[in-house]
Structures are given as structure tokens and as C-alpha cells.
Design a protein around this ligand. Structure first.
Ligand SMILES: Cc1cc2nc3c(=O)[nH]c(=O)nc-3n(C[C@H](O)[C@H](O)[C@H](O)COP(=O)(O)O)c2cc1C
Length: 210
């Protein structure tokens, strides 16, 4: 199947059947998320992979009781940095230098520029910026899941403060941004499975400027 066929196949499954997704598929979906581009390459988020049924059951009531939370195989929680700190910025710049094996003046100047801006900004503004980066990885995970023939339901319908509490995210300097249950659709219980995909026509979405 071509990528676009797979993207047409995917939909936001409303019911899953509890079948486990093989770990090699989960690893490739997570790798796609890890490879996502982010602003300045900071990757300001972490991904929690919840296999534990008790924890899923705690999250379900604070996620509008959506059945996919407990009927999925693996529940991904994308948690963004609560703010940008000098340590966090330095960690990624140091990692870049380690991996590439050299220091570069332009790159070091860029580091200083970020150090002189992000940590001084309002925490909420920083979290919102970090959450946007988490969404890029989230989106890549959705595409990768479709590529693997795995269903994924993007979920914003939850109480982030409650999920933070259940997973102890605030203590880690993180805040939940978005959820992604991974599993397999349960056709007979899903009102959406046979409905046509609805998208704006291309001309409402795209303007070509020659
Ligand atoms: C960020 C985001 C949050 C969403 N939150 C929910 C949700 O909480 N529950 C749900 O059933 N669907 C949720 N959706 C699914 C959308 O309603 C769905 O993707 C959209 O209607 C397009 O349909 P399709 O994904 O089935 O093609 C969310 C989608 C995105 C991208």
C-alpha cells in the first residue's frame, strides 16, 4: 500500500478490541516519533508508554471515559517540558557536539541565543511551545502507526492535570499534552469505522502562489 492509501485507511478509532500490538511495531512507531523534527532540535518532551491496565483504568475516567484508553494495547502519553531551562537546552547542544564530534562557533552562538531567550520567558508560553513540538512527534507516530497497520486514536479529550497527577509528571518537570492509544479497531462496536472520511477539498486548504 502507498502512504496515502494507508492514511486513508487510518481513522480515529472509537473502539478497540484489546489485541496486543507486537513490540517491534511499537518500537518503530516510537522511533518515528523520536525522528520528528523539533524547533532547534530540542525535543522538549517525553513519551510514556503505558502497558499497565490499572494505570489505563485510572486514566479512563479523566479522559471522558473513552473506551479506547483501556481497550488499546499501548497508551502513549506525550508529555511536554513544563518550561525551557538552561540545563535542558545545554543538554541537547552538548549531545549534538558529542554525537557530531566537534564544536562549531555558529552552533555555540546559537546555543547562547537560546539560553538568553527561552529560560527568561513566561513558563506557560514555554510549555505551549514545547507542547507544539510534542504534537509534531505525535503526528509522526500516527502516520507510522498507519504504516504499520496499527490503529491510533488521537486524544485531547482528557484532563491534563489529572493525568499529570496519575503519572507524577509535574515532579519530573513535565505536563501531559496529548494521548495516543495504539491498538486494533473493533469494527462491530465502532460507529465511525464505515463512515466516509471527511476532509476539505484541496482548493479550500491550499493556495498556490506562482
Ligand atoms: C489533537 C487531536 C485531538 C483529538 N481528540 C480526540 C478525542 O479526544 N476523542 C476522539 O474520539 N477523537 C479525537 N480526535 C480525532 C478527531 O476527531 C479526528 O482525527 C478527526 O475528526 C478526523 O477524523 P479521522 O482521524 O477519523 O480521519 C482528535 C484528533 C486530534 C488530531
Amino acid at each position: 500500500m502507498e502512504l496515502l492509501d494507508k492514511l486513508n485507511w487510518r481513522y480515529a478509532a472509537k473502539a478497540m478490541n484489546g489485541t496486543q500490538v507486537p513490540e517491534d511495531k511499537i518500537e518503530r512507531i516510537l522511533e518515528a516519533a523520536r525522528l520528528a523534527p523539533t524547533s532547534s532540535g530540542l525535543q522538549p518532551f517525553e513519551i510514556f508508554v503505558i502497558k499497565n491496565q490499572d494505570i489505563k483504568a485510572q486514566i479512563k475516567p479523566v479522559a471522558w471515559n473513552q473506551s479506547v484508553i483501556t481497550d488499546c494495547s499501548h497508551l502513549l502519553v506525550f508529555a511536554a517540558w513544563d518550561t525551557y531551562t538552561a540545563d535542558r537546552i545545554n543538554h541537547m547542544f552538548d549531545l549534538t557536539n558529542d554525537i557530531r564530534g566537534f564544536k562549531n562557533e555558529g552552533w555555540e552562538n546559537y546555543r547562547q541565543m537560546l539560553l538568553n531567550s527561552y529560560p527568561q520567558k513566561d513558563t506557560e508560553e514555554n510549555f505551549n511551545h514545547a507542547a507544539k513540538q510534542a504534537y509534531i512527534a505525535f503526528s509522526q507516530a500516527i502516520v507510522a502507526a498507519a504504516f504499520e497497520g496499527v490503529d491510533a486514536t488521537p486524544i485531547e479529550g482528557f484532563d491534563p492535570a489529572a493525568v499529570d497527577e496519575i503519572l507524577g509528571l509535574r515532579e519530573k518537570g513535565l505536563r501531559s499534552a496529548v494521548l495516543l492509544p495504539l491498538g486494533y479497531r473493533k469494527d462491530e462496536a465502532d460507529w465511525l469505522v464505515n463512515l466516509k472520511k471527511v476532509r476539505k477539498p484541496m482548493e479550500e486548504l491550499v493556495t498556490v502562489i506562482e
